[in-house]
Design a protein. Structure first.
Length: 96
C-alpha cells in the first residue's frame, strides 16, 4: 500500500492529501474510539493523547474533562472548534 513516489510537494495536492487525511482520521478513530480523542490526536499527536487519556480512564463519561485538560492550547481549540462547526452544521441540516 502507499502512494508511489510520495514527495512533500504531493502532500499539497488535494487528490493526495484528502485521501491520506481521511485514512489517518479513520485509523485514529478506530484506535481511540472517541471523536474528541481522535481529533486531539490528529492535531496534537497520538502519544500526547495517550498520556492525556490516562488521566481520564472513564471515557466516554469524562470526555468533556478530557477536552478541557488537553495539554496544548492549539489542540484544545482545534477540538472545540471542530465540535462547534459540527453543531452548527447539524443545526442547519436539521432545520429543514
Amino acid at each position: 500500500a502507499g502512494i508511489p513516489d510520495l514527495t512533500l510537494d504531493k502532500l499539497y495536492d488535494p487528490a493526495v492529501n484528502i485521501p491520506l487525511g481521511a485514512q489517518l482520521w479513520a485509523s485514529l478513530l478506530r484506535e481511540l474510539r472517541y471523536p474528541e480523542m481522535a481529533l486531539a490526536a490528529y492535531n496534537g499527536g497520538v502519544g500526547n493523547v495517550q498520556r492525556w487519556k490516562n488521566k481520564w480512564p472513564d471515557a466516554p463519561d469524562e470526555l468533556e474533562l478530557f477536552v478541557a485538560d488537553i495539554g496544548f492550547v492549539e489542540t484544545k481549540r482545534y477540538v472545540m472548534e471542530v465540535f462547534r462547526a459540527r453543531a452548527a452544521y447539524e443545526s442547519l441540516v436539521n432545520s429543514n
